[in-house]
Write a protein that binds this ligand. Sequence first.
Ligand code: BTN
Length: 254
Amino acid sequence: IESCIRGQFGRIVDFHESIDSTNLRARRLAEEGAGSETLVAADAQEAGRGRRGRSWVSPPGKNIFMSLILRPDILPAKASMLTLVAALAVRDGIESVAGLSPVIKWPNDIVSNGKKLCGILTEMSAELEGIHYVVVGIGINVNLEEFPLEVRDMATSLFLETGGKVVRSQLIAAVLEAFEHYYEEFISQGDLSRLISVYNKNMVNAGKEVRILEPSGEYKGRALGINEKGELLVEMPDGEVRHVISGEVSVRGI
Ligand code: BTN
């Protein structure tokens, strides 16, 4: 992997044939002081984790499992944007290496033909005043030919979508390069309007009817796009615009 890396992320690769979860490993390394030059990657995970306590299909030899350690000097309230930035980077990486143009399902699923190609799990250690570290875990279904029955109608891989195999280290390098570009833009500029418009352009939900499932109940509206905090703006039938925060909700197309 290291020989493909061109930028600052992933200059040091902590690679494992098999590990519990690259996110757990990255959190342990971050606690010991590792910085964003360290990329944790694994060929397989024994306890790959998804959002909302789900597990993540992580067999050996086929897919990408990696976690980035970030130490951004921003307020914790702004950190959800990092996951959206990572989603943009994965989308671009896939487009340049596999020649497929998938869409982003807010907040951070990369989807092709309605099925999931990539999931992102962001975990943060922070206090009110600042962030200790953020771990952005990225799982990309690359060369897997067949998924377990339980997830077959929800999950897909680059191989299943294009019929071609991809060299995983090349895709990792392309994603990291795109990530660095968007990350710099996010960290350094007060004005996020360009990032927001690139995201909205690639978001499958934009302009569509969505059903929002919150712990407190369910409602329908039209997704307008994201704001500078990464929240999804949903217009209700009466014109009221609600701000949906990721992590608490599930978004369904109608
Ligand atoms: C989701 O539920 O969509 C998020 C899935 C995130 C999976 C990746 S694979 C690499 C990293 N390590 C983990 O245990 N999870 C993330």
